[in-house]
Design a protein around this ligand. Structure first.
Ligand code: ADP
Ligand code: MG
Length: 340
C-alpha cells in the first residue's frame, strides 16, 4: 500500500484506544474537564452502566459558542500554550485530545453557556462527523452527553463488561475524586434513579467524607498526617496498623490533586508499615503529596495515571520518614488523633 495521510476521524479513533477504555474513562475525562472549568457542582447521569448514556453537567466557566468546534478538535486546548506551560501544568487536562477521541467513538453532544453570554449553544458529533453550532438555552456551565459508546467500533464494544461491572468502575473513580475534592458537590444517577450524592462543603477532607467513601472502620482508625519539608507537603489519613487489608484496595495517592499510581511512593508507605503489619497485609491510606508542578512530569501517558518525579529518591524518603514518625508516635502511646 502507498503511504497515506489518515483521515481525522480515524486519527481520533486511534487516540481513543489509549484514552477511552471504558465508560469510566469517559466519566473521568469529562469530570476532569468540569473541574478544570472551576465547577463546584457536577451531575453525572448514567444509563446501562454508562454504555447507553453518560451525561455530565457542570456549573463551571462554560465555552463561547464559536469555540465549541475547537473544543472537539484534536490538539486544541485552553490549558497550555507553550512548552513552559506544559512543564508547570496545574490543570488536570492539557493534551486537548479527550473530547475529539470520545466524540469519534460515540454519539456526542456538548452544550454550554458562559456567565456573560446571553445565549447558550450546542454542537453534535456522531461517530466523528461534526454538525453545526446551534443556539440552545443552557444555564451557566457545560453539559456533555455521550450516547452509545463504541457504537461504531464493534471490536471495542465487545470488551465492555456487564452493566454492574462498568458501573463499579465509575463508582470507584468517583470515590477517588470525592476524596480529593470535598469542596465539590457530586450527584450521580443510574437508570433514572439517584444513586450517590456527595455534598460539597469544605476545602478539607472531613471525617464525614472519609466515612462516606472508605467506611466507618477506616474513619475510626485513621491517623491524620500533615508534614512539610524540602518543598514537599504530605497530608491526609493513614489507618492505624490494627486496621489493615488483604489487598491494596484502600490505597489512595494524589499528587497535586491528581490521583496517581506510583510504585516508589507506594513502596515508601509499605516500608513505613514494615514493622507494624503482618506479612502480606496491606495498609490503608489517603495521601496527598503537594509539590511545585515543575518537579513532576505528568505527561507520561495519555491517561495520566502515572507521573515522573524529578527527585524520586528524595520524595520516597520524605514519605517514608513522615509516615514512620506518625506511626511511631501512636505506638508510643499518645492518643490517636481522630479528626484534627
Ligand atoms: P484538555 O482538557 O486536555 O484541554 P479536552 O479535549 O478534554 O482537552 O477539552 C478541550 C477544551 O475544551 C478544554 O481545553 C476546554 O477549554 C474546553 N472544555 C472541555 N470541557 C469543558 C467544560 N466542561 N467546561 C468548560 N470548558 C471545557
Ligand atoms: Mg480534558
Amino acid at each position: 500500500m502507498p503511504i497515506r495521510q489518515l483521515p481525522d476521524t480515524l486519527i481520533n479513533q486511534i487516540a481513543a484506544g489509549e484514552v477511552v477504555e471504558r465508560p469510566a474513562s469517559v466519566v473521568k475525562e469529562l469530570v476532569e474537564n468540569a473541574l478544570d472549568a472551576g465547577a463546584l457542582r457536577i451531575d453525572i447521569d448514567l444509563e446501562e452502566g454508562g454504555v447507553r448514556l453518560i451525561r455530565i453537567r457542570d456549573d463551571g466557566a462554560g465555552i463561547a459558542p464559536e469555540q465549541l468546534p475547537l473544543a472537539i478538535s484534536r490538539h486544541a486546548t485552553s490549558k497550555i500554550a507553550s512548552l513552559d506551560d506544559l512543564e508547570g501544568v496545574a490543570t488536570l487536562g492539557f493534551r486537548g485530545e479527550a473530547l475529539p477521541s470520545i466524540a469519534s467513538v460515540s454519539r456526542f453532544a456538548m452544550s454550554s453557556r458562559r456567565a456573560d453570554d446571553g445565549h447558550g449553544a450546542t454542537i453534535e458529533v456522531e461517530g466523528g462527523r461534526v454538525g453545526e453550532v446551534a443556539p440552545r438555552p443552557h444555564p451557566q456551565g457545560t453539559t456533555v452527553e455521550v450516547r452509545d459508546l463504541f457504537f461504531n467500533v464493534p471490536a471495542r464494544r465487545k470488551f465492555l463488561r456487564a452493566e454492574r461491572t462498568e458501573l463499579g468502575h465509575i463508582e470507584e473513580w468517583l470515590r477517588q475524586l470525592a476524596l480529593a475534592r470535598p469542596d465539590v458537590e457530586l450527584r450521580m444517577s443510574h437508570n433514572g434513579k439517584p444513586s450517590r450524592r456527595w455534598k460539597g462543603d469544605s476545602d478539607l477532607l472531613s471525617d464525614v467524607r472519609l466515612h462516606e467513601t472508605l467506611g466507618e472502620e477506616f474513619a475510626r482508625n485513621a491517623l491524620h498526617v500533615d508534614h512539610e519539608g524540602a518543598g514537599l507537603r504530605l497530608h491526609g489519613w493513614i489507618a492505624q496498623p490494627s486496621y489493615n487489608r488483604a489487598s491494596a484496595d484502600q490505597q489512595y495517592l494524589y499528587c497535586n490533586g491528581r490521583a496517581i499510581r506510583d510504585r516508589s511512593v507506594a513502596h515508601a508507605v509499605k516500608q513505613a508499615y514494615a514493622d507494624v503489619l503482618f506479612h502480606g497485609r496491606q495498609p490503608a491510606y489517603v495521601l496527598f503529596l503537594e509539590l511545585d508542578p515543575r518537579r513532576v512530569d505528568v505527561n507520561v501517558h495519555p491517561a495520566k495515571h502515572e507521573v515522573r518525579f524529578r527527585d524520586s529518591r528524595l520524595i520516597h524518603d520524605f514519605v517514608y520518614r513522615t509516615l514512620q514518625a506518625a506511626l511511631a508516635e501512636t505506638r508510643a502511646g499518645s492518643t490517636p488523633t481522630h479528626g484534627q
